[in-house]
Design a protein around this ligand. Structure first.
Ligand code: NAI
Length: 398
């Protein structure tokens, strides 16, 4: 656990600091309490100032907030009623958290957080917040849209290559001093000539498709309730399928790139996996809970899926006994070098390049809020009691 309080004020005590934020009429905004739930960087966070997403570097916000007379509380301790998160949220005005180590703002947490006005996702994906509860309280939810979409798209293509070429067991064989070409070649294929589809063709989905095109896939498809403009679809050479069963049935490789919300939770389950071809692969870097955890493990363990990979888990950090840690295709034959899994901790969107972008973006959202300036519309998920985006299954504008 890491907790740092830069300046402690009563939440109702007005700021007298010279640098405090003013509204457009020059009225001082009272000192705000900002609670940031971030992953601990340990020695890596302490020694590398570019690890901006860690508790140690606190998104580079410490000096800025202090100079404006606000309080910043930073923690990675987020689980359970006695956690720092649960204790500090009760009088926090602003919650900042990352999807990599999310402080889950459930309905219960939101009801306890009497002062909460703004939730900022330092990154992309705000499903850790009960968005309906936030709307009922007119809490603004903003994320740093686009900040790590390239980082994720690269990870998707890498994971696809790892699975399709059976890279992980091959590499581990070498580390162990073994050499058995046939054992790894029996599950190794090319991406060329495969049928690949994305659920969600937004910022990440489109970037994945563009990066796959040079591999000469047989066909690219997308499944999304938002239709791509014709010129983009033509440019990426992707076709839309609106029926999920038909879409999944065509694919050799599925990549999931939509947000987690009521309509996508558990979308990939025993029934829908059954619509996929035997020997197909799934890459999920969107959110773990879009897939039914047991159904995925069963499909890999039985050999229906040749592999599943990604970096997102239904609960993060993932418990030690989570079945995705150990699932293995039957061709693993009990070997410790499992065929069929290319799982990592949630890190695809937190490369050092991405950390810079989402830290800068978080500061901009904060500055806008503290100075009563409008937010960039593309960053808004909820505002004024309603959804500000269509991406979470509801709302007014794309
Ligand atoms: P985006 O908002 O640009 O695109 C999302 C697309 O999903 C939209 O086109 C939307 O219409 C579509 N969609 C929503 N519900 C759908 C449904 N029921 N069926 C089919 N399509 C649906 O979002 P972006 O930037 O592409 O990010 C997508 C998601 O990726 C995020 O919400 C987040 O969960 C995840 N993500 C993961 C990261 C990681 O580090 N693993 C980092 C960044 C994002």
């Amino acid at each position: 656990m890491s907790l740092r309080i830069l300046e402690k004020r009563s939440p109702t005590q007005p700021s007298t600091s010279e640098g405090s934020s003013n509204d457009m009429n020059g009225t001082a905004l009272r000192a705000q309490k900002v609670l940031a739930v971030l992953y601990s960087g340990g020695k890596y966070g302490a020694r590398n100032p570019r690890m901006l997403g860690t508790t140690e570097q606190a998104l580079g916000l410490g000096d800025y907030l202090k100079s404006k007379g606000h309080t910043l509380v930073v923690t990675d301790d987020k689980e359970g009623a006695d956690s720092t998160f649960q204790k500090e949220i009760v009088d926090a005005d602003i919650l900042i958290t990352t999807p990599f180590h999310p402080g889950y703002a459930t309905r219960d947490v939101i009801s306890k957080a009497k002062n909460l006005k703004l939730c900022i996702t330092a990154g992309v994906g705000s499903d850790h917040i009960d968005l309906n509860a936030a709307n009922e309280r007119k809490i603004t939810v903003a994320e740093v849209s686009g900040s790590n979409v390239v980082s994720v798209a690269e990870h998707v293509v890498m994971t696809m290559l790892c699975l399709v070429r059976n890279f992980v067991p091959a590499h581990e064989q070498i580390r162990a001093g073994d050499w058995n070409v046939a054992k790894v070649a029996q599950d190794a294929y090319d991406i060329e000539g495969k049928v690949i589809g994305t659920i969600g063709a937004g910022r990440i989905g489109q970037r994945v498709l563009r990066r796959l095109q040079p591999f000469d896939p047989k066909q690219l498809y997308y499944y999304d309730y938002t239709e791509l403009p014709n010129e983009i679809a033509k440019d990426i050479k992707v076709e839309r399928i609106t029926d999920l069963k038909e879409f999944l049935g065509k694919l050799d490789i599925l990549t999931i790139n939509c947000p987690l919300h009521e309509q996508t939770k558990g979308m990939i389950n025993k029934e829908t996996i059954g619509w996929m071809k035997k020997g197909s692969w799934i890459v999920n870097t969107a959110r773990g809970a879009i897939c039914d955890a047991d159904a995925i493990a069963e499909a890999v363990n039985s050999g229906h899926l040749l592999g599943y990979g990604g970096d997102v888990w239904p609960v993060q950090p993932a418990p030690a006994n989570m079945p995705w840690r150990t699932m293995a295709h039957p061709n693993s034959e009990g070997d410790k070098f499992n065929v069929g899994s290319a799982m990592t901790p949630h890190y695809s969107g937190t490369t050092l390049d991405a950390q810079k972008r989402y830290a800068d973006g978080t500061k901009t959202i904060l500055e806008n809020y503290l100075n009563h300036k409008p937010q960039d519309p593309q960053n808004l998920i909820c505002e004024g009691g309603d959804y500000a985006t269509k991406a979470y299954g509801a709302g007014k504008r794309a």
